[in-house]
Ligand binder design. Sequence first.
Ligand code: ADP
Ligand code: MG
Length: 238
Amino acid sequence: MGRITLDKVTKSFGATEVIPPLDLTIEDGEFTVFVGPSGCGKSTLLRLIAGLEDVSSGQIRIDGNDATMVPPAKRGLAMVFQSYALYPHMSVRKNIAFPMRMANMPQEEQDRRIDAAAKALNLTDYLDRKPGQLSGGQRQRVAIGRAIVREPSAFLFDEPLSNLDAALRVGMRMEISELHKKLATTMVYVTHDQVEAMTMADKIVVLRAGHIEQVGSPLDLYRAPRNLFVAGFIGSPK
Ligand code: ADP
Ligand code: MG
């Protein structure tokens, strides 16, 4: 579960085509990073996958099923927002439980999922605190916890670490990679930071002006960048 396929997907805002026809397959369990300069369409592409934007044309399939017209809440994906999206007046437990309460999930099942998420994220001792009593890294973990309890077939991250200071960012990269190993769930991660892309990805998708310049493992892109744009962006010697 968690294979995402884009088939000739396009997106225009008014007369401006932001994503020209684009084909892409994200394999089940893979950590895929969309990287590219600001304004190249990374967030738009992620929002199309999430269903937060409608495609202008083309098809999105999730685990083989046509998801193009399926509303976001029914796609089985979880978008992780930056840590400031937490509710300040609610405890960590309530923040994590929020999507399950909205879905009227039985309390026992909610508790089971909260415990599992807290364990995976080392938040067990912090469940009764408010977000204001947590460090930036802990707050980011709570935001991820809120995605985990939905047991999604894929996690979608849009520059989740951009609010954190440099030292914290390095730690959170490792934590997210660790979490990916633990959960073995598809993760799609957007960043403009090539170091993040090179250190976290199984597969990197290099975007420029809405189209894909190259797809490959970090090593593929480092050893054989297809052109100067990719070489420059990845920071390889070519
Ligand atoms: P990135 O995340 O790579 O920085 P975005 O996906 O946010 O890029 O934006 C890609 C392009 O689409 C930009 O030129 C941006 O101005 C444009 N764009 C994004 N969202 C909208 C929108 N809702 N309306 C009009 N233009 C948009
Ligand atoms: Mg963006």
